[in-house]
Design a protein around this ligand. Structure first.
Ligand code: FAD
Ligand code: PYC
Length: 413
């Protein structure tokens, strides 16, 4: 056992500096309060403090930092979306991702791998071509590639998929990346904390106070606080929070599950996604295969995981990579995906003054963490929707101005 670890274990006092402070009580009031210490809430706190000088901020978290979908996702980062508003938004996020390790002075293991979305049918090939053209038009590096190019990049893949669903081509997106998700939460949390933001874990928001259409405070499991700016960044719990302020949304919550294999020697450089087989996979820095599939097909507000999922995903993984049949699955888990009908987020100001939303992140919000933080911080600070999120507001559903991002889902949901 290393001496440092032994010293750590025997020390009466915590001998290392903590990533962030643990304030013991809430103040009576804050300039802004953020509900949810996932990546999105913490990133908003970080940019509020760093870019807007707003530091009298509390982030309230009912569990522990990063314990929601932020710490449960498969970490795929890409900007090969279908709509111009989506492509611009996620492209800005990819730009921000590239500097995060430097910004935080913390290695978030950002690793650019190249991202293949496989097409097994003519219709999916047509959608891939469409996405490639939209992407190129907006300056995003995506192109259609044929089976030989896929084989050259990933010779371990069975291009015929056992003969029953042969691969016809793919959308290739060179900037596709992965990162270590908990490090992202820690980096934003530490950066916000260093600038004066308070992070209160084990502090659940139980009620929201609204007077004459304006937010005035929140009731929490640790007492009441006053604020006139409240950002709700709670992903799978969004419907509960919306109920507290009497707002309605078309969100439905479905479990999204994932699993990892035992560590293997590095063999998979790329991120591989197959919509038809409902599979996505990459290999982490630790050598584990990180794998996911579609949403569970029913609404459920729970993070339970199932054997059904493991069996289905393993079978489809073997269609692509038959040589993995001896590899063991070591962990599985689930998150709660807040799904919108058009697969675009719900962000920005709402009908309640001072109540801001960062939600509707379904299966696609990890990659958006930096750009959400930036744009929500600007929106909260200036009380005006940032230009990159104009099309994502909650009221698009009542005016039937849906975004139509469905064709850019990673797998068929
Ligand atoms: P969260 O990280 O869920 O944070 C919300 C926090 O709010 C939680 O910590 C929760 O405890 C807290 N909270 C809830 N209610 C309250 C309350 N009343 N009071 C106080 N705190 C509260 N996206 C991608 O881009 N790429 C991927 O590869 C990808 N893979 C995924 C795989 C899985 C299995 C899952 C589940 C999701 C995946 N996603 C992916 C989606 C992505 O994880 C989420 O969209 C993103 O992490 C949302 O971040 P967040 O900060 O908004 O939410
Ligand atoms: O949005 O790229 C994505 C994704 C992959 C897996 C889940 N979401």
């Amino acid at each position: 056992m290393p001496l440092r670890l032994l010293k750590f274990g025997l020390a009466k006092k915590y001998p290392e500096p903590r990533m962030f402070r643990q304030p013991d009580r809430l103040k009576p009031s804050y300039d802004a309060v953020i509900i949810g210490a996932g990546g999105h809430g913490l990133a908003a706190a970080y940019y509020l403090a760093r870019d807007h000088g707003i530091t009298n901020v509390a982030v309230l978290e009912k569990g522990y930092l990063g314990g929601g979908n932020t710490g449960r996702n498969t970490t795929i980062i890409r900007s090969n979306y279908l709509t111009p508003s989506g492509v611009k938004f996620y492209d800005e996020s990819v730009r921000l991702w590239q500097d995060l390790s430097q910004d935080f002075d913390l290695n978030i293991f950002y690793s650019t791998r190249g991202h293949f979305t496989l097409a097994h049918t003519d219709s999916s090939l047509r959608t891939m071509r469409w996405r490639a053209e939209v992407n190129k038009h907006l300056g995003v590096n995506s192109e259609l590639v044929d089976p030989d190019q896929i084989h050259a990049a990933c010779p371990q893949m069975d291009i015929d998929c056992g003969g029953h669903t042969p691969i016809l081509g793919a959308l290739y997106h060179a900037p596709g990346s992965i990162a270590r998700h908990d490090a992202v939460a820690w980096g934003y949390g530490r950066g916000a904390d260093q600038r004066g933001v308070e992070i209160h874990q084990q502090t659940e928001v139980l009620g929201i106070k609204v007077k004459s259409g304006q937010v005035t405070g929140v009731a929490t499991s640790q007492g009441e606080i006053e604020t006139t700016k409240l950002l709700c960044a709670v992903a799978g719990s969004t419907p509960k929070l919306l109920e507290m302020v009497g707002l309605r949304s078309p969100l439905v919550i479905h479990p999204l599950q994932a699993m990892v294999s035992e560590p293997m020697k590095p063999w998979l450089d790329q991120i591989i996604v197959s919509g038809s087989l409902h599979v996505y996979v990459s290999q982490s820095a630790r050598g584990e295969l990180v794998m996911g599939a579609s949403l569970d097909p029913y609404e459920l507000h729970s993070t339970r995981s199932t054997l059904d999922f493991t069996e289905g995903l393993a079978a489809h993984m073997l269609d692509l990579f038959p040589f993995l049949s001896h590899v063991k699955i070591v962990r599985q888990w689930a998150g709660m995906a807040d799904m919108t009908p058009d697969f675009a987020p719900m962000m920005g100001k709402t009908a309640i003054e001072g109540f801001y939303l960062d939600s509707g992140w379904g299966t696609w919000g990890f990659k958006a963490t930096p750009v959400c933080g930036k744009t929500m911080a600007a929106t909260v600070a200036g009380d005006r929707n940032h230009e990159l999120i104009q099309e994502f507001s909650l009221d698009r559903f009542s005016s039937y101005q849906l975004v139509g991002e469905k064709g850019a889902a990673s797998v068929g949901h």
